[in-house]
Ligand binder design. Structure first.
Ligand SMILES: Cc1cc2nc3c(=O)[nH]c(=O)nc-3n(C[C@H](O)[C@H](O)[C@H](O)COP(=O)(O)O)c2cc1C
Length: 188
């Protein structure tokens, strides 16, 4: 009932949520090193473009993805703080790299290494965003999964403020910036 009302409010703002959230399973999907999964959004994060590879792994049709908020592929194992880092960077006009686990329509999951960039018009105004996802480095994923589990635990206890502190302390201890941390995991 509440969900229906919420989706009606979003519809008034031009955001159309017409799906039910899939129940996550333990089944993992992978893709080859030569594949690139692409999506584009408007400034609100509403999907405006998906390539064939993204459609294929997501399990949705192109029509089911277009005009939906990108959180349609959000997996509950993703910490909120990672999306905050993503949006903070994007809104300040910077690109960001992130390891993301996504939820497919059938409940399975797939890990990606995403490079997300803002697109600008000629007057330097942000007009949308673009995500290019590659197969993640398997060795790097072990460290990412351990970190994300910890971040989510702290989010359950103390919300995003708590996980932000945990992430900051973790990076300080490792003596790296967030960008360097993810880059090292993917490329070393
Ligand atoms: C270009 C672009 C691509 C995105 N790709 C994903 C994605 O693949 N998976 C995902 O969960 N969120 C993605 N997001 C972030 C979502 O917009 C959203 O912030 C996130 O799913 C968290 O949703 P929530 O704020 O409703 O919890 C993307 C955002 C942008 C701008």
């Amino acid at each position: 009932m509440q969900k229906t009302k919420f989706s009606q409010i979003l519809k008034k703002f031009g955001i159309n949520i017409s799906h039910r959230r899939p129940r996550p399973t333990e089944e993992e999907k992978t893709f080859s090193q030569s594949e690139i999964l692409v999506s584009k959004t408007d400034v609100r994060g509403v999907i405006t473009y998906v390539n064939a590879q993204f459609i294929e792994i997501s399990g949705y049709s192109q029509n089911e993805l277009l005009e939906q908020p990108h959180s349609i592929t959000r997996h509950p194992k993703m910490p909120k703080i990672i999306f905050k880092v993503l949006w903070d960077n994007l809104k300040s006009g910077q690109e960001v790299n992130a390891f993301v686990v996504n939820l497919a329509k059938d409940g399975s999951y797939y890990w990606v290494f995403a490079n997300v960039t803002p697109s600008f018009d000629a007057s330097n105004k942000i007009i949308g965003f673009h995500s290019t996802r590659r197969r993640p480095n398997k060795k790097g994923l072990t460290a990412v999964i351990a970190l994300y589990d910890k971040l989510r635990q702290y989010e359950i206890i103390g919300g995003i403020k708590e996980s932000e502190i945990v992430l900051k302390n973790f990076l300080e201890k490792e003596e790296v910036s967030y960008e360097k941390f993810v880059f090292n995991l993917q490329y070393s």
